[in-house]
Ligand binder design. Sequence first.
Ligand code: CS2
Length: 511
Amino acid sequence: MTTPRLHPDTLAQLPHDVLRPRYARERLRGGIVHLGIGAFHRAHQAAVTQAALHADAADAHSLDWGIVGVSLRRPDTRDALAPQQGLYTLALRGVRDDGSRFVQLQVIGAVMAVLVAADDPDAVLERIAHEDARIVSLTVTEKGYCHDPATGTLNFSDPGIAHDLLHAGAPVTAIGYLARGLQRRMARGLPPLTLLSCDNIAANGDTLRGLLLAFCARVDGALHDWVAERCGFPNAMVDRIVPKTTVDDAARISAALGVEDAWPVVGEPFLQWVMEDRFVAGRPRWEAGGAQFVEHAHPFETLKHRLVNGSHSTMAYLGMVAGWATTDRAIAVPAMRALVAGMMEQEMQPTLPALPGLDTAAYRRDLLARFANPALQHKTSQIAMDGSQKIPQRLLAPIRERLRAGAPFPRLALGVAGWLHFLRGRDEHGAEYRIEDPLASSLRALLAEAEARHAREADRIAAIASFTPVFGDLAASRVFVETLATQTRMLRERGVLATIAAVAGTQASAA
Ligand code: CS2
């Protein structure tokens, strides 16, 4: 007998402890259009939206906040969710204080439809230009903004942006979809929208606004002014670790449900979503699902990009070269744990803006436990992707502040050195891996040229640091170049484990 599929008709068969939608799904309207409906969105915003739908089930207007998900390119999410009428499972996996593991399953129903932009660009533009739409949110990853990560400005030589300036009816980038969708709204006299970036880029709302306005200015001055004056761009910080779902995850979750879910998502129990309350056309009561609304999200964002993501990238690059496949494996190495703990406390924390009421020692302690969560199997290769887009806000931004303060930054520099070491494409055991990065070919050429031209490590690093899209003006800092050169030389000569131990001030043991 074949296992039935997760579907509104099979919800009643699920084990009773599986949480499920309790609102009139068939009456949802598309108040939210979400660009980039990957696992990250489905594990946070959609789940928090469901909590708001539950909390306000008595209010008919709450049903205005259904989500129309958009995949820009790949059809896999749509193809898997269509037979399930948009339903999927969120599995939160954690560890209790006594060390035992738990999993909490919740079927999410907030996604009412999934569109694939590459198959039908017009349908996506029409959704943005639909009278029901009030928020367009985005998780399109750092590279999805087609910007120069060091400066936050739109990269007009990006082929996607160049294409979108010429093709109003069939864009390929998120920026193109937003601009062309808003252009239709303006032409139809519809109200403006809130554009909510949930990606890990610096000042994500402000940055998105700048990028979109730069694009609109080339399309039509009136559109530029309409977007600038009427649309809202709250800054937001989202934090939940969401590993890529594996075939094994789907099988285990389906077995627990007793019905087949082809496209579940897995995440940690922890969730923090902090955003500025600047929604020009209303919003769901996301606070019912734990979201926090603040005047300024910047301090939260800086905290998160540095402590969570900066530590992640450091573990990922050094871990990839050492052959540690997951973050829990990497953080189990005593020297790595000491390195990350020391980096957070001594080199990142002093660079943070004030966050009244936050117990930073507890935050750091909890974070180490989150990294160690063995139930997630969060791959270092997943975090290692797209380093050129991540390193600036995660590691180079705090380094700049350490430089300004005349303070040392050996651990942060080791994180960056780990990235350069990783870019060689081979781990310490000789295994090769692919570098996935939109700037991979430029980076490869840069490294090869630095290697061929310069014998001294500091000269090589000076040449690499002159790559401004990532490093900005940091090549001008002798202290930066020399510190980074010391760490790259040490990695090259002594290997990852001995280097981490030396920088963290611990013994080298891989236990
Ligand atoms: C990670 C993030 O893949 C990565 O680069 O650092 O996706 C991280 O897991 C999330 O930002 C956690 O909130």
